[in-house]
Write a protein that binds this ligand. Structure first.
Ligand SMILES: Nc1ncnc2c1ncn2[C@@H]1O[C@H](COP(=O)(O)OP(=O)(O)OP(=O)(O)O)[C@@H](O)[C@H]1O
Ligand SMILES: [Mg+2]
Length: 489
């Protein structure tokens, strides 16, 4: 018999005398029939979870799996705990240590009050599990601890998808109900000093380990709260990792290193979750150690290894709508920080104009990313972003700025097998009439087909067209091998 079954059975024996002393005056329901024997009757034997609760106190907390005899006991203990400590569980003024001490002490009292007959080690185990449930992140904790999971997507309390090895699969885990999910979301958000409620139902935040979190609750999320977590490992992918994943070939990696060393202005383009930030981090690792780097992000994701780095992060407005510091403000400010390189995590607004201006006024070697599916789309998107700066610039002027600022677009794609590959390396040549002219230097070879497991065998291969920006390599003294551009090599 498992610990769970034994606890449920013991609790059943204890349940009848114990419910008689409940202080809420609600008559207990005596368990009967096979339900009680199976342990499910424990829920029926105790009415605590059906008590009305205050809005501050979370309701009916939760086992993460059904069919677990211990789950019902835990649910009752947690319900009682929440009733006792209420909203203090999300009080950001309490340190983690204080909160754990508070919850530990209250839990011990509740377990004693429930008169569970437990051996010392069983008591320790159940208290630890309850503490994890009360203070941890429920089923999320398991997924966060699972190193093979890179992304967690909660569509509703009963649907949690994860990305494992590049593939998106249903996790099989669930929150008990919307309340349980909301409580976990509130905990995540409260830990970073933010709040989520009907008046501000969207939050972008980061977990302590740097993982990126986005939460949306009703009424915006129509079918129940939604939570997305992009996990970041403490040790980000290096160029060696990306080579191992076949994201690009070794000669192409050398060429990209050359592009960074020659201070080209680089735009990494890709769809959502294609690995733009990861590639940006790898490209940034090529920046020589003696250069001063200023990184600007909405939520810090980049992990540069160099010493001479200033990390800036934008700030959302406070509750009165004041105090906002945008990426755009930070890009402008960075120009006064004597940067050798400006690395902007992602261009998604008017900062695109300031980036272009910086690139055109002597801040070469800047790198950024944006969402687009092809290099041509990336240029079009950049135009739109510049328009968002609201300067009423004529389109032609914007295109000229883009053509003279950006040297190369590196396109990255997530292929059907979940792998991320550099699909194009495209030079921005200049203008022809009103059009920005582009020229591919490397293009993914789809004709190579796939192996037996469906993994593409292709790589980004040279088109045979030599980039004109090689003159910048020469000027910077960066060496390269001309055979790299030979399509037959
Ligand atoms: N080259 C790669 N090979 C395999 N997995 C990768 C690669 N690059 C990134 N990943 C994984 O893909 C996920 C998304 O990566 P990343 O955050 O860099 O994408 P992104 O394009 O910046 O996403 P977003 O559009 O949400 O900002 C991460 O879990 C990361 O570990
Ligand atoms: Mg990103």
């Amino acid at each position: 018999m498992s610990l769970a079954d034994r606890l449920a059975a013991r609790h059943l024996q204890d349940a009848a005398p114990e419910v008689a002393v409940l202080d809420d005056g609600v008559a207990p329901v005596t368990p009967s029939g096979p339900e009680a024997v199976a342990g499910a009757g424990v829920r029926g034997s105790h009415v605590a979870v059906e008590r009305p609760v205050t809005t501050a106190a979370p309701t009916s907390p939760a086992p993460t799996r059904t069919g677990d005899g211990l789950a019902d006991v835990k649910a009752r203990v947690l319900a009682e705990l929440y009733e006792r400590i209420g909203a203090r569980i999300n009080d950001p003024s309490l340190t983690e240590g204080d909160l754990h001490a508070l919850v530990r002490a209250e839990l011990a009292k509740v377990v004693d009050d429930q008169r569970l007959v437990l051996a010392q080690h069983e008591r320790r185990t159940i208290l630890q599990e309850l503490e994890d449930d009360a203070l941890g992140l429920g089923p999320m904790q398991r997924l966060l601890d699972d190193r093979t999971v890179t992304e967690i997507m909660v569509n509703g309390h009963d649907t949690i998808y994860v990305e494992r090895e590049g593939r998106i699969v249903l996790s099989g885990l669930q929150f008990t109900d919307e309340d349980h999910l909301r409580r976990v979301i509130e905990r995540i958000v409260a830990r970073v000093g933010r709040r989520i409620d009907e008046s501000s139902p969207l939050v972008d935040a980061r977990l302590q380990d740097g993982s990126r979190v986005n939460a949306v609750i009703p009424p915006l999320a129509v079918k129940g709260s939604s939570l997305t977590i992009r996990k970041f490992s403490d040790t980000p992918f290096t160029v060696e990792d990306l080579l191992r994943f076949n994201s690009f070939s070794e000669p192409l990696a050398d060429f990209l290193r050359g592009c960074v060393e020659a201070k080209l202005n680089i735009l990494v383009s890709g769809g959502t979750g294609t690995g733009k930030t990861t590639l940006l981090n790898v490209l940034s690792s090529f920046i020589p150690a003696d250069e001063r780097i200023v990184t600007i992000e909405d939520a810090v994701e980049l992990k540069l290894q160099q010493d001479h780095v200033v990390t800036l992060e934008s700030r959302p407005p406070n509750i009165e709508g004041k105090g906002e510091v945008t990426i755009r403000d930070l890009v402008r400010n960075s120009l006064r920080m004597r940067p050798d390189r400006i690395v902007v995590g992602e261009c998604r607004g008017g900062e695109a104009l300031d980036m272009l201006q910086a690139m055109n006024t002597g801040h070469d070697g800047s790198i950024s990313t944006l969402h687009a599916n092809t290099p041509r789309d990336a240029i079009a998107r950049l135009e739109t972003l510049v328009l968002m700066a609201g300067m009423d610039l004529p389109l032609r002027a914007i295109r000229e700025q883009i053509a003279s600022a950006i040297d190369v677009v590196i396109q990255i794609q997530r292929l059907r097998d979940g792998s991320r590959r550099v699909s194009q390396v495209t030079e921005v040549i200049g203008m022809e009439g009103d059009v920005v002219t582009l020229q591919d230097a490397f293009v993914f070879d789809h004709s190579a087909g796939t192996d037996v497991e469906g993994r593409p065998l292709g790589m980004a291969r040279a088109t045979g067209l030599c980039p004109r920006f090689l003159s910048k390599f020469d000027a910077a003294g960066v060496e390269y091998d001309m055979s790299l551009f030979d399509p037959g090599a």
